[in-house]
Design a protein around this ligand. Structure first.
Ligand SMILES: C[S@@+](CC[C@H](N)C(=O)[O-])C[C@H]1O[C@@H](n2cnc3c(N)ncnc32)[C@H](O)[C@@H]1O
Length: 353
């Protein structure tokens, strides 16, 4: 269950936030910088796989205005960024400051500047295609059994949402081979990987995966497909996987695509074929006020149950407001709009025999 108070950073209220693998954690009043991958802080150039302490010229940073309001900026000397709280001047407000800093904008409101993570990038990236989101990505990473050092083949690259997560998972010794047949998308993905300091971990190939495969054979621990006709790429996926075996996943929005993909997987000798649909239900923690129905003589009932509203130890309990006719308590409330179907994830194994 996620804990979110309803506020925006610039409102000056307490911020509760817990998202991603590096950056800022805690409340607006007392913040704490943390790193998952390394016990020691090191000053490194911003990278999506390694934490850098200080904001530098050329970095991609995330401007956090509130829970539903963030955007990425490319940090550049002499540049300004407009926000609803006023202007952020990169030279004076960003460069040299620590990631996680609270930056006051020209109109007096404030924002947080966050170190980028694959999760924040997925929430903020420029969409060139439909993308995969963190709910599906987390299951894909686990079910493909990915870890540092894994070799992964992916197609298509699309907007690079999944690619960034895969790269972070296989770093520092693994590699992602990603195939995209749309030339501009392939070039844009290369450019973003370079800007995000991860180009040494990924090879982008501009070709049709169904006709020409992944450009590698017998090296992959896992293959991931997010293309309209995945069944046409299953043979190439099998060739890309290591001779001793590996895992495959195919994402498709429609069940007819899933059926054809499962048949192709079976035909190519894949085993353990499983299709999952992952649905996420997020809860907000809120203070709820309920009116107490008038059930008669509250004072007498209190004395018979031992409740004494003048007793300090009873104050603050749900019963404390009984005489005012309302009771307040904290409860988890599901969001009014819940993300529904994204797609089906079909997993299978290439085994030795
Ligand atoms: C839905 S997008 C992938 C989104 C990606 N998973 C992400 O999270 O950003 C599908 C991509 O596959 C590419 N594509 C479709 N068929 C392809 C094929 N046969 N070979 C290579 N790429 C293909 C499309 O150009 C498109 O960019």
């Amino acid at each position: 269950m996620g804990l979110r108070d309803e506020c925006a950073a610039g409102d000056g209220c307490m911020l509760r936030w817990d998202c991603g693998h590096s950056g800022l954690r805690g409340t607006g009043a007392s913040t704490e910088l943390w790193v998952t991958s390394s016990a020691n802080y090191r000053i490194v150039t911003m990278s999506f796989v390694e934490y850098g302490d200080t904001i530098k010229d050329g970095d991609t940073a995330i401007v956090f205005l509130g829970h539903e309001s963030m955007f990425p900026v490319k940090v550049q000397h002499g540049t300004v960024t407009q926000t609803k709280y006023g202007v952020i001047r990169h030279s004076t407000d960003l460069i040299g400051k620590k990631y996680g800093s609270k930056v006051t904008c020209s109109k007096g409101g404030w924002v947080f500047i966050l170190h980028p993570t694959p999760e924040l990038w997925t929430m903020n990236l420029p969409h060139r295609t439909q993308i995969l989101y963190s709910t599906d990505i987390s299951i894909i990473t686990m079910m493909l059994e990915l870890k540092p050092g894994s070799i992964v083949c992916e197609s298509g690259t699309g907007s690079g949402s999944l690619s960034h997560a895969l790269i972070r998972t296989v770093a520092p010794t693994g590699h992602l081979y990603t195939v995209e047949f749309h030339q501009q998308r392939a070039e844009k993905a290369r450019e973003e990987f370079r800007e995000h300091g991860v180009e040494h971990l990924v090879t982008v190939t501009n070709q049709d995966v169904c006709k020409n495969g992944f450009g590698v054979s017998n090296i992959a621990d896992a293959v991931f497909l997010d293309i309209p006709s995945p069944w046409e790429a299953i043979g190439h996926a099998k060739s890309a996987l290591k001779a001793e075996g590996g895992r495959i996943c195919s994402f498709s929005p429609c069940i007819e695509q899933v059926q054809r993909t499962c048949l192709a997987m079976e035909e190519y000798g894949f085993t353990e074929i499983n299709t999952l649909e992952i649905l996420l239900r997020v809860y907000n923690v809120k203070t709820i006020s309920l009116q107490i129905p008038d059930l008669g003589k509250a004072a007498e009932d209190n004395s018979s149950t031992g409740f004494d509203s003048s007793n300090p130890s009873h104050q603050g309990s749900p019963c404390a407001n009984l005489q005012q006719g309302t009771v307040q308590f904290k409860s988890g409330v599901p969001l009014r709009e819940v993300v529904g179907h994204t797609g089906y994830l079909t997993f299978a194994t290439k085994s030795l025999v």
